[in-house]
Write a protein that binds this ligand. Structure first.
Ligand code: ADP
Ligand code: G6P
Length: 456
């Protein structure tokens, strides 16, 4: 048996206790707890000028060896900021109007994928299994094949994948889809995403639809529940609890990203205060939204818009002894967040689109079974099909958010327990560990597909 080799753009920093927010590294780190030796290759998070190929920085922590390379500022801008996060991210979240395409960025994207392939190929051994993650690295499998790697290569996409009618707006749609022929298994979060990718392959006359399967991702609910119990007794939760004086607390936790529907969510909360005034001066909404991709223009604009919306709502509704919205844009350690989830009576999670949304699963895992809170969840989150016992809402409908919040805030204990028990069963049935095992079992059973063609 060879090693498992994981490749992703973002790699957790083994020296940092507080990791940047993001579902990919969280789920993979949980999945790797099995202790089998593994190599994790990716970007170091640093930008620097270099000539020729940079040597990977290699460090081993426990069973995982991290090998990372830096990017030049021009590569970081073209590959990461512009192509991955200014083109693929909006399009794949169904926001065609936010996509701003430049051919030069596509060339940078290919350049960095080739750089990754050369850096990784020098470390690969025959028999290794390679598992590539997310939209930054679609062509990487093909580039490894071009360098002669013949082992199994799997790919998992953590974000949604739009139908062909949208996908075809991407100028390099065809070479990206063609490069995916190099994968032995392609995993997506939901059946809807898998069907969309099959449709894209068919529209381009490409084979490979039989290699596409949904593998919904999960968390480590047992560990997270234990973290939540521990944090609940900690100082931060105590301070938060003292500050709300036994009044209801709503929590939202998201990277500061337009896909998370934060603006729409604040308007929904405002509608609650307008239409159900009995909650004024009682309820508190705590939104934790760490800044993400702050160098990308759309993210900067969103931040300003949210500052304005929150300022306006707080200005209009606050009393001298009550503030309706508390808003934090700095990261909070996940171990502390776990305690906040346990304390909160309601979680408000309303992305306009989301690959899965792990925060929804974390909220469920963090609850006290004797006094569980209620989950208000967007029906457009990848987690919604599994978490159908949540109060599902359309995140574009402020009145629907207000009604669901009111229902959540007034739900009796018996109904909260009934829903939570079913939700908790779901969260326990697909964990980060079982997700990785299921994917790798399917990859192991696949025939290595070494005859993929070179992309244009
Ligand atoms: P995405 O991957 O789009 O960021 P997810 O909800 O799937 O969305 O995953 C986000 C992950 O990041 C969760 O595991 C969550 O606990 C973590 N996270 C979110 N906000 C913070 C924060 N402020 N500090 C630390 N971790 C966070
Ligand atoms: C999502 C993506 C990940 C990404 C994370 C954080 O979860 O699927 O690939 O790592 O967001 O974004 P960032 O740009 O900071 O890596």
């Amino acid at each position: 048996m060879g090693r498992l080799v994981i490749v992703s753009n973002r790699v957790p920093d083994p020296h940092e206790l507080a990791q940047p927010a993001g579902g990919l590294t969280v789920a993979l780190a949980d999945a790797l707890r099995s202790g089998d030796p593994c190599l994790w290759f990716g970007w170091s998070g640093r930008q620097m000028e270099f000539e020729g190929d940079p040597a990977p920085n290699v460090e081993t922590h426990g069973s995982v060896t991290y090998a990372t390379i830096p990017l030049t500022p021009a590569q970081h801008r073209g590959y990461y900021q512009n192509f991955s996060n200014g083109i693929l991210w909006p399009l794949f979240h169904y926001r065609l109007g936010l996509m701003s395409y430049e051919r030069a960025d596509w060339f940078r994207y290919l350049e960095v994928n080739r750089l990754f392939a050369r850096g990784l190929a020098s470390m690969l051994e025959p028999g290794d299994t390679v598992w590539i993650h997310d939209y930054h690295l679609f062509p990487l499998g093909q580039e490894l094949r071009n360098l002669g790697f013949q082992g199994r290569i799997g790919f998992f996409l953590h974000i949604p994948l739009p139908p062909w009618s949208l996908f075809r707006a991407l100028p390099p749609a065809e070479p990206i889809l063609r490069s995916m022929q190099a994968y032995d298994i392609i995993g997506l979060q939901t059946e809807e995403d898998a069907n969309n990718l099959r449709g894209c392959f068919e529209a381009e006359g490409l084979s490979g639809a039989d290699r596409v399967r949904p593998f919904p991702i999960g968390i480590d609910p047992t560990q997270f529940g234990a973290d939540a119990r521990l944090a609940f007794a900690g100082e931060e939760v105590q301070r938060l609890r003292d500050s709300v004086h036994d009044e209801p607390l709503i929590i939202g936790v998201d990277r500061l990203d337009y896909s998370k529907g934060l603006q729409e969510r604040f308007l929904g909360y405002e509608r609650l205060l307008t239409r159900y005034p009995e909650h004024r001066r009682h309820v508190t909404y705590l939104q934790v939204a760490p800044v993400s991709r702050g160098e990308v223009e759309e993210y900067r604009l969103l931040r300003r818009q949210l500052d304005e919306t929150i300022g306006r709502i707080n200005g209009a509704f606050a009393e001298f002894d009550w503030t309706p919205i508390r808003y934090l844009t700095r990261p909070v350690p996940r171990s502390v967040l776990a305690g906040f989830y346990r304390l909160a009576d309601v979680a408000l999670i309303t992305p306009l689109r989301d690959g899965m949304n792990l925060v929804a699963k974390e909220y469920i895992a963090a609850q006290d079974p004797d006094h569980p809170g209620a989950l208000v969840l967007s029906h457009l989150a990848g987690a919604a099909p599994e978490l159908s016992e949540a109060l599902l809402v359309n995140p574009h409908d402020a009145d629907a958010i207000a009604d669901a919040l009111h229902e959540a805030l007034t739900m009796n204990l018996e109904e909260r327990k009934r829903r939570w028990t079913l939700l908790d069963n779901e969260v326990r049935s697909t964990t980060a560990g079982s997700w990785a095992r299921d994917f790798l079992t399917a990859l192991d059973a696949a025939d290595a597909n070494v005859d993929g063609q070179t992309p244009a």
